[in-house]
Design a protein around this ligand. Structure first.
Ligand code: A3P
Ligand code: MG
Ligand code: MG
Length: 368
């Protein structure tokens, strides 16, 4: 990268435990879209799934490896698509692209990662930012460690990932009231996504999030009004808890991620299938997202997470807006953090480079 600027900037990763929860408006659904197994975009609800609650004793003993040989994975296509489908979602939403509509746009997973940073001990992150029409677009970049981990995943690790998707198949249906067909191959690339809009302090955020299932006894119309009123549920799997150490880790890390991920999209309930080491579901547990912070109060504080997100966005905004080259949509700021390091660092690569992530079709499709 010969056009990398040597100007580095940094922010401290530290939030007072007594920090106040920053003002955060209730996130609203402003649009939605579907992705098929080939990650092909359609501006409809074709991939929307409905919650299928098993009868009392059903669900216990479900085998998450059932039909595993037929699974259709999507690891590779997901890792190369960057935020292209989110941008398609933005264009199809009809929203204008300007600062009044959004100061920041990204995928929800990126915000979850930033929020949990003050408590993260294992995985670092890299976030790329480009400015276009006053909006700061953010895109997670796979770190070298994450890439190494993905490339060296063995069959057992791939199986663990697929268990989560198989659980979703057992618990959801495309026709309310009709039991799912668990003989069908699980298609891990399919997604139903909503676009949310909210305000954190005085900044408008627009983000896309994959939604697991909606609770409804009747099919939803393919329209925004129905989705805005819909109640979504998050599905998770986790290894059953056998000892105090496992319970502590569950609260310290899993519940933190689950809370952050679902708080951001106003999802009120999570259903977790606790499994054994062979992938057999032993019990189902229900969690109210609002009550999670109380369950995990010895380990993390929601206000610290949200304050850190707020501080990070302030830092990004200041860094980008201060830069004289910030009006080129191909210029990329790169923000990095590694566990154990007390700073987020940022640097800039001016003009077109390997890091540029806003596609030309997007930039040129928006008429000035
Ligand atoms: P679990 O949630 O049961 O672990 P999500 O819960 O966010 O809807 O994700 C659905 C499933 O995708 C997860 O199930 C997990 O199997 C898989 N998954 C999510 N994030 C992943 C990641 N970073 N790497 C590998 N698999 C992942
Ligand atoms: Mg999901
Ligand atoms: Mg899930």
């Amino acid at each position: 990268m010969n056009n990398a600027s040597s100007n580095k900037t940094r922010m401290r990763v530290w939030v007072k435990p007594t920090a106040n929860f920053p003002p955060f408006a209730q996130p609203m659904v402003v649009s939605y879209f579907s992705l098929d197994q080939d990650r092909k975009f359609t501006a409809d609800n074709s991939q929307l799934r409905y919650m299928y609650l098993p009868r009392a004793a059903e669900g216990l003993g479900w085998d998450l490896s059932h039909g595993l040989e037929k699974v259709q994975r999507a690891d590779h296509s997901k890792s190369v698509e960057k935020i292209d489908n989110l941008l398609r979602g933005l264009l199809s939403s009809g929203l204008s692209i300007n600062q009044e509509v959004a100061s920041f746009m990204c995928l929800r997973g990126l915000l979850t990662k930033v929020m949990t940073t003050p408590y993260e001990q294992n995985q670092g992150w890299e976030i790329l930012v480009s400015k276009f029409r006053g909006v700061l677009f953010m895109c997670a970049q796979e770190t070298p460690e994450q890439r190494r981990e993905r490339m060296s995943r063995d069959d057992a690790q791939k199986r663990f990932c697929s268990w989560g998707f198989k659980f979703e198949q057992y618990m959801t249906t495309d026709q309310p009231g009709c039991p799912p067909d668990i003989e069908m191959p699980v298609k891990e690339g399919e997604e139903f996504c909503c676009l949310f809009r909210t305000k954190l302090n005085d900044r408008r955020l627009l983000y896309g999030a994959e939604m697991d299932a909606v609770t409804s006894d009747v099919p939803l119309e393919d329209c925004l009004e129905d989705l805005m009123l819909a109640e979504f549920i998050e599905l998770k799997t986790s290894r059953k808890i056998d000892c105090v150490r496992q319970e502590r880790n569950f609260k310290r890390f899993k519940l933190l991620n689950w809370w952050a991920q679902n708080f951001l999209v106003n999802v009120g309930n999570i259903i977790c299938g606790f499994r054994d080491d062979r992938g057999i579901i032993k019990n189902l547990a229900f969690y109210k997202v609002d009550e999670i912070p109380k369950l995990a109060k010895d380990f993390w504080i929601p206000a610290v997470c949200m304050t850190f997100l707020d501080q990070f966005l302030t830092f990004v905004q200041r860094t980008v807006w201060e830069c004289p080259h910030s009006n080129d949509p191909y210029t990329v700021w790169r923000f990095r953090w590694e566990p154990g390091v007390h700073y987020v660092t940022g640097d800039v690569v001016n003009g077109r480079s390997q890091l540029s992530f806003l596609p030309e079709w997007f930039v040129s499709s928006v008429v000035a």
